[in-house]
Design a protein around this ligand. Sequence first.
Ligand SMILES: [Zn+2]
Length: 192
Amino acid sequence: MKGGSRPGAGRPTQHIKAEHCRQLDVRRLAKAQILAGGTWGWAWRNPDTGKELASIGITAWPGALVLEYMCGSDPMRDHIDITTSACHLGGTRPWFHCPRCGGRVALLYLRGGRFRCRKCHGLRYISQGLDECGRSWRKQSKLEARLGPNWRRPKGMHRATRDRLLGAIWQCEEVREDALAAYMDRIGFKGW
Ligand SMILES: [Zn+2]
């Protein structure tokens, strides 16, 4: 394990909440007249300092937006379909369609260089978490195979070696606990 004794130091935690992501709200774009057409810049600013954190270019077409932005040094381009639905009090309201699943949403989030709905990003993180869990189980069973039944020290093994193996096994347990906690966080689980 890297890092100091600080809880969580060097551990692969992924406690990223949706509100920490760059997000686009179709209602805010509509209010700013951006959906009406033309090419626009859109920036995210630090709410305290007003400093620009990131920006994208938006070109509005009838029924669609093209988002252009940089991901590291790679130029990215996402095509987002827009539809409208009738409001029950009259008038219409716009919706994004997630470029991955096509789902109708008000918010798209920029994570890992792509604008996607919360669900699509969430699914990706869940499968990453499962991969992580699978890797840690495989690693743990290899470590356990070197020990005797109930993690006992086999004859001829130094105590230090056994302690090191046990430490590594506990790290595997921690990885899975973190993956579970991050998953719970993502689905908005607040406790039993
Ligand atoms: Zn989606």
